[in-house]
Design a protein. Structure first.
Ligand SMILES: [Zn+2]
Length: 677
């Protein structure tokens, strides 16, 4: 992917790199995919109405505990260090008494070369794979509850890993029964690393993410879902209310999660104090810089949008606001309204580009290369829509990104692909320009090419830490998921649209699992789609259809003895027309319906449909003209079909071969073949 970014960049493939530039992971204990069959997890613990956070029309248990963070933080912009203090009010919303809590101290991933994050081997060449020039860390300076010191009894490192300090067990002095509440008082210091894996500083630019001690996710059954920070993994947490006061130098602008409810000079006139608040989100991040210019706009959907871009880059702001406006409407129509009043877009400066291309609640960071206008690559549009689409999958559905990254990154990639393709049909990835010699490229072709490289390497529905390389992770989680959903959508657009709408509505704030997604497909598109998804996601099954053979001859009267053996019928006279046989095979494990086009010498053609069941399918041909060619899937519905070279068979060479590849598919595939490591 690193090479894609650099080499492929100039010809528009950098957006692959932009998206899959996730922190990398390490090959460890392989988690088994979740068994399918179970629907949503069992009933969740409910809580009284007065504790609920957010929209009363939504079931209160969806918000997990009445969790709230009230934090105050001061940025030392010279040392790139934050001093924080505040309270976390936590309620045991599980059905089981709790004797401990788990804290994620994820900034410690950048503390030294021995952390789980830094010693990962899975991401050579992957963005985030390089070492920070300056190391970062987070220290808990105090953690108390009711005046009692909890930090003294806390573990000092991640479970069974002396070198890692990102996943910390904190015993509670008294057990907390279901429904019981604790207020933690805390103080901490966060030293930002130089920009690495979407966090850190570059010059006076500060992207402040993973910056506070954060509670892991308490599951309804009383277990804690907690993880060291792995390179390929992202996050998982309970929904919460955040009230964050940020103290920065007075000439700094702050882009942060949530609504700004205060912006004042500090007691020190050289300081500026901004306060942000937001409910029903599961993280909080901010950017602070003295080099931003601000652009405000109201989306058609009513959301107040704010773009912060480097001074002088107002074109970027206009482009990103326009794309976000379109995205809020389009994604809202597909996956339910965006429920927050604000959206902030942060475009980092070039030297901090590794802090770009990331999603946080109501805050997205973008990025984009200089060559875009010259070659017509839609990188900036793509990254804007991609990070925005995360607001639904990462944000509102909030699946476990560590265990099931495809539910976020994969569905987000498909949502991006569809949103852009609906807006710029056929040119959604690469608009073309004079300099690009008329080359255009669409996102489905790009996703297909990215997925085909790794098809069958592994199942898609793996835990982030289980992928052996960044290439597998990116190709499978992002592109194979998107290619699967796009294939099913091409076969049954209405059913798959309904399935995704129902999945998004039923599990909003609900932390859905793979079985929920597959169940929605079964309910709304049917068992074939659900089974295809299950096989591709959980069993690393592949899709491949092939024309085995094809022939036709002049139709002759049948040879042999019929009836009276003493009066033989005339031998083998032409009876007019042509007859023949076509054999099509299903080589992959996945059953999908496929269209078979029979092309005749006279230029006419005929289409048949095969349900794809069984290992092969025989068609008896009977027509006025000889068979010229057989083309499988002539409309490119089966984007998952990973070998397109066997989709055509013809009598005379090279007449229709091009038809098996869409123009764009061919280009994307060829480019990736040449450029990818
Ligand atoms: Zn993403």
């Amino acid at each position: 992917v690193g090479r894609w970014l650099e080499v492929g960049g100039g010809i528009g493939l950098a957006l692959l790199g932009t998206w899959i530039a996730r922190p990398g992971g390490e090959p460890e204990a392989v988690a088994q995919p979740e068994p399918i069959g179970a629907r949503a997890p069992g009933p969740r613990v409910t809580e009284e109405g007065d504790r609920r956070v957010g929209d009363a029309s939504l079931p209160p248990e969806r918000f997990g505990s009445a969790l709230s963070y009230r934090l105050k933080v001061r940025l030392d912009a010279v040392e790139h260090r934050l001093k924080g203090e505040g309270t976390i009010t936590w309620r045991n919303h599980s059905s089981v008494e709790q004797r401990e809590v788990w804290l994620h101290l994820y900034l410690n991933a950048f503390k030294n070369e021995r952390t789980v994050f830094m010693r990962s081997t899975a991401t050579r060449g992957f963005r985030g794979g390089k070492k920070p020039e300056q190391w970062g860390y987070i220290t808990v300076d105090a953690l108390t509850a009711g005046g009692e010191d909890l930090w003294a009894g806390a573990e000092r490192h991640s479970p069974r890993d002396e070198a890692d300090e990102t996943d910390i067990r904190v015993p509670l002095p008294q057990p907390v029964p279901p429904g019981g509440e604790v207020t933690f008082e805390l103080a901490w210091t966060a030293q930002l690393p130089s920009v690495v894996a979407r966090t850190g500083f570059s010059g006076s630019y500060h992207m402040v993410a993973q910056w506070f001690p954060k509670l892991a996710k308490l599951e309804p059954d009383g277990s804690w879902a907690h993880f060291p920070f792995h390179r390929l993994s992202e996050f998982y947490a309970d929904f919460a209310r955040y009230d964050v006061t940020i103290d920065v130098p007075t000439d700094f602008m702050v882009g942060a999660s949530g609504e700004r409810i205060g912006d004042e000079r500090g007691d020190d006139p050289a300081r500026r104090v901004v306060r942000h608040r937001i409910d029903r989100v599961h993280d909080f991040a901010f950017a602070a810089w003295d080099g931003f210019e601000e652009h405000l706009s109201t989306a058609d959907s009513g959301v107040a949008m704010r773009a912060l871009v480097p001074i002088g880059e107002s074109d970027l702001a206009e482009l990103e606001l326009d794309e976000a406006n379109n995205g809020l409407t389009a994604l809202g129509a597909r996956f339910g309204d965006y429920p927050y009043p604000v959206l902030t877009i942060v475009h980092p400066p070039r030297e901090a580009r590794e802090a770009g291309g990331m999603e946080y609640p109501t805050l997205i960071t973008t990025g984009g290369p200089w060559y875009r206008p010259l070659f017509g690559a839609r990188n900036i549009e793509s990254v804007t829509v991609h990070e925005l689409a995360h607001q639904w999958f990462y944000g509102l559905l909030a699946s476990n990104e560590h265990e099931h990254p495809f539910l976020d990154e994969g569905l987000t990639t498909w949502a991006t692909l569809r949103t852009l393709e609906d807006r710029y049909p056929g040119r959604s990835a690469f608009a073309g320009s004079r300099w690009a010699l008329g080359l255009t490229l669409d996102h489905p072709a790009l996703a297909r090419a990215g997925a085909a490289r790794v098809a069958g390497n592994d199942a898609v529905a793996r835990s982030a830490r289980a992928f052996v390389s960044g290439k597998d992770y990116g190709g499978l989680v992002y592109f194979r998921t998107a290619t699967l959903v796009e294939t099913l959508h091409r076969l049954d657009p209405d059913g798959v649209d309904r399935a995704l709408a129902a999945y998004s509505a039923a599990h909003r704030f609900g932390h859905p699992r793979p079985s929920d997604f597959i169940a929605a497909l079964a309910d709304h598109s049917g068992p074939v789609a659900a089974e295809a998804a299950r096989k591709v996601l959980l069993e690393r099954a592949t899709v491949d259809f092939a024309v085995d053979s094809m022939w036709s001859d002049e139709a002759k009267a049948p040879l042999g003895i019929f009836g009276d053996p003493y009066k033989p019928n005339p031998a083998s006279d032409s009876v007019g027309g042509h007859e023949g046989v076509v054999i099509v095979r299903r080589l992959g494990e996945v059953v999908l319906p496929i269209v078979i086009e029979l092309q005749r010498e006279d230029g006419s053609s005929q289409r048949l449909k095969w349900d794809g069941r069984g290992p092969h399918h025989t068609i008896r041909y009977d027509g006025a003209s000889p068979l010229a060619a057989v083309v499988l899937d002539p409309d490119h519905q089966l984007l998952l079909d990973h070998d397109l070279s066997n989709n055509v068979r013809q009598r005379a060479p090279s007449r229709v071969a091009w038809r098996t590849w869409s123009h764009a598919s061919f280009i994307a595939h060829a480019l990736i073949g040449v450029l990818a490591p």
